[in-house]
Write a protein that binds this ligand. Structure first.
Ligand code: ZN
Ligand code: FE
Length: 265
């Protein structure tokens, strides 16, 4: 049985900790800081860290890799097209990675960075009984939003998000930051009449008021509430057109307008 827990890091990062309770082996995704993981390992001396999965090269995702590898000997798997410290396995689109018996498929999702990858596991794959489909989306797909375009184009990011949006609705989405509240405030501005957004915004406001986590999300919920996955909706296009003061002729143009608007929001 795999359990997934969030280790908070910095002001709003989550390091995802996957625990195989049968073997007491564990893995982490995007350890930007070694400290929270080392503290957890110190508190759980029977457990062995075997794998470190990396989505992209930003320091808040890789800063803890070398210290954790030195301490545990864990295998570091990350994107082939980026410079990742202490990387053992270089991953490309369509590659298979097995971690704690879970079979993941690598999906290249350029946009936030050019080599960004996501890790997707289909239902019941490998030994991950009962985990259901999973997605570790890094800084590409956030709950209610998406990452900034530091390296890629709107076209690349739009395409990357579309690839994630077609995963099964039940896929649980583990992204790397707690940005959900500000994302949903923007979603509400972009789509004021979307009842699903209003309902989710109320839930997330309550969770954050209690300083609770708003993740994981699901692909189904993102399709209903994330404006960056809803660029073909007429109402979203209208709001994007209002912001650009010109008609956006394509889904990519609507996406680019939304992203620029969110940057200024
Ligand atoms: Zn990043
Ligand atoms: Fe980040």
């Amino acid at each position: 049985m795999i359990q997934i827990e969030a280790l908070p890091a910095f002001s709003d990062n989550y390091i995802w900790l996957l625990q195989d309770t049968a073997t007491q082996r564990c893995a982490v995704v995007d350890p930007g800081d070694a400290r929270p993981v080392l503290d957890w390992l110190d508190a759980h001396p029977q457990w062995q860290l075997t794998d470190i999965l990396i989505t992209h090269h930003h320091q808040d995702h890789v800063g803890g890799v070398e210290a954790l590898k030195a301490r545990s000997g864990a295998k570091v798997s990350g994107p082939a097209n980026e410079t990742i410290p202490a990387r053992d396995v270089a991953l490309r689109d369509g590659d298979a990675v097995t971690c704690l018996g879970i079979a993941f498929e690598v999906i290249e999702v350029p946009g936030h960075t050019l080599g960004h990858i996501a890790f997707h596991s289909a239902e019941g794959s490998g030994g991950a009984e009962g985990t259901g489909p999973l997605l570790f989306s890094g800084d590409t797909l956030f709950a209610g939003g998406c990452g900034r375009l530091f390296e890629g184009t709107p076209e690349q990011m739009h395409h990357s998000l579309q690839r994630l949006a077609v995963l099964p609705e039940a896929t649980r989405v583990y992204c790397a930051h707690e940005y959900t509240l500000s994302n949903l405030r923007f979603a509400n501005a972009a789509e004021p009449d979307n009842a699903h957004v209003l309902e989710r915004l109320a839930e997330v406001e309550k969770l954050r008021a209690e300083q609770r986590i708003t993740l994981p999300s699901s692909i189904g919920l993102e399709r209903l509430t994330n404006p960056f996955l809803r660029t073909t909706e007429t109402s979203v296009k209208q709001k994007a057109d209002e912001w650009t003061k010109a008609a956006n002729p394509s889904s990519i143009a609507v996406f680019a307008a939304l992203r620029a608007w969110k940057n200024a929001f």
